[in-house]
Design a protein around this ligand. Structure first.
Ligand code: 13P
Length: 247
C-alpha cells in the first residue's frame, strides 16, 4: 500500500513567530509518522520553514509557481527559486488561484510542467463549484481540468499528485460526504489509468474542510490517498490528529 500524503496548505496565513510555534509544535508531537507530511507555506517563509524542518521527515511545499523559467515577470517566483529552498511539492491550480487570478486549465497544465521540469511534485488541484455540482457537471468539470494536465505532461503524469477539492467545501465547513468524495476520486483514478500504466502510483488526495473529526472516514476510502488541509493545518492539535488518522 502506498503511503498516504497529508499536506497542509497555509494559504496567506502565518508570521515568523506563529510559524515557529506551529512547526515546532508539529515536530514535537509527530514522532516519525508512517505517512508523508508536507507543509505548503507562503513563499516568503520558505527559508524560515526550510530551517525549521531541517533534519525532519516533513517536506516543504509551495503554493504556486510561475509557468516561465526566468525573466521580466514582476512579482512571480520561478521553479528554480523554489528548488533552491528545498521545495518538494508545489500546489498548482488551486481553486482560489483559478477564481481570483483567472488561471485557466492550460495555465495550470503549464505550471505543472514547469514544476516537474524543476524536480518538484506538482499537487494539481481540480474541483467543481456548487453551481456546477448542482447542474450535474461535476465529472465533466474535474475531467476537463485533469485532461489539460495529462495532455501537457504525457508520461510524466505519473509524477504528479492530484488533489480533488470541491470548491463549495473549501473553508466553508461543508465537507463532501465520503461517498461524494470517493465517487469523484474513482472517476479521476479511471481517467489516470487510461492515460498511464503507472497510474497506480499517483496519489489522489482530498481537500475541503478536512478536519480531525472527518479525516479518518475520508482517508479510509479506497481511492482517497491523503488530504490537502487548509484551516485545520494551522492548528497543531488538529493537524497532528489528521496525520495520525492517515498513518
Ligand atoms: P480548508 O481545509 O480550509 O477547507 O481548505 C482546503 C483547501 O483549500 C486546501 O488547499
Amino acid at each position: 500500500m502506498k503511503k498516504k500524503l497529508i499536506a497542509g496548505n497555509w494559504k496567506m496565513n502565518g508570521s515568523l513567530a506563529a510559524n515557529e510555534t506551529l512547526v515546532n509544535g508539529l515536530l514535537a508531537g509527530m514522532g516519525v509518522p508512517a505517512c508523508q507530511v508536507a507543509l505548503c507555506v507562503p513563499s516568503v517563509y520558505l527559508a524560515q520553514c526550510q530551517g525549521l524542518l531541517a533534519g525532519s521527515t516533513m517536506a516543504l511545499g509551495a503554493q504556486d509557481l510561475s509557468q516561465y523559467e526566468i525573466g521580466a515577470f514582476t512579482g512571480e517566483i520561478s521553479g528554480a527559486m523554489l528548488q533552491e529552498f528545498g521545495v518538494r511539492y508545489c500546489i498548482v491550480g488551486h481553486s482560489e488561484r483559478r477564481q481570483y487570478h483567472f488561471e485557466t486549465d492550460a495555465l495550470v497544465a503549464a505550471k505543472a510542467q514547469r514544476a516537474l521540469a524543476c524536480g518538484m511534485t506538482p499537487v494539481v488541484c481540480v474541483g467543481e463549484t456548487l453551481a456546477e455540482r448542482e447542474a450535474g457537471r461535476t465529472e465533466e468539470v474535474v475531467k476537463r481540468q485533469l485532461a489539460a494536465v495529462i495532455h501537457a505532461n504525457g508520461h510524466c503524469i505519473s509524477e504528479v499528485v492530484v488533489a480533488y477539492e470541491p470548491v463549495w467545501a473549501i473553508g466553508t465547513g461543508k465537507t463532501a460526504s465520503v461517498e461524494q468524495a470517493q465517487q469523484v476520486h474513482a472517476v479521476l483514478r479511471q481517467q489516470l489509468q487510461a492515460a498511464s500504466n503507472q497510474a497506480g502510483r499517483i496519489p489522489i488526495i482530498y481537500g475541503g474542510s478536512m478536519n480531525a473529526a472527518n479525516s479518518a472516514d475520508l482517508l479510509a476510502q479506497p481511492d482517497i490517498d491523503g488530504g490537502l488541509v487548509g484551516g485545520a493545518a494551522l492548528k497543531v492539535a488538529d493537524f497532528l490528529s489528521i496525520i495520525a488518522s492517515a498513518c
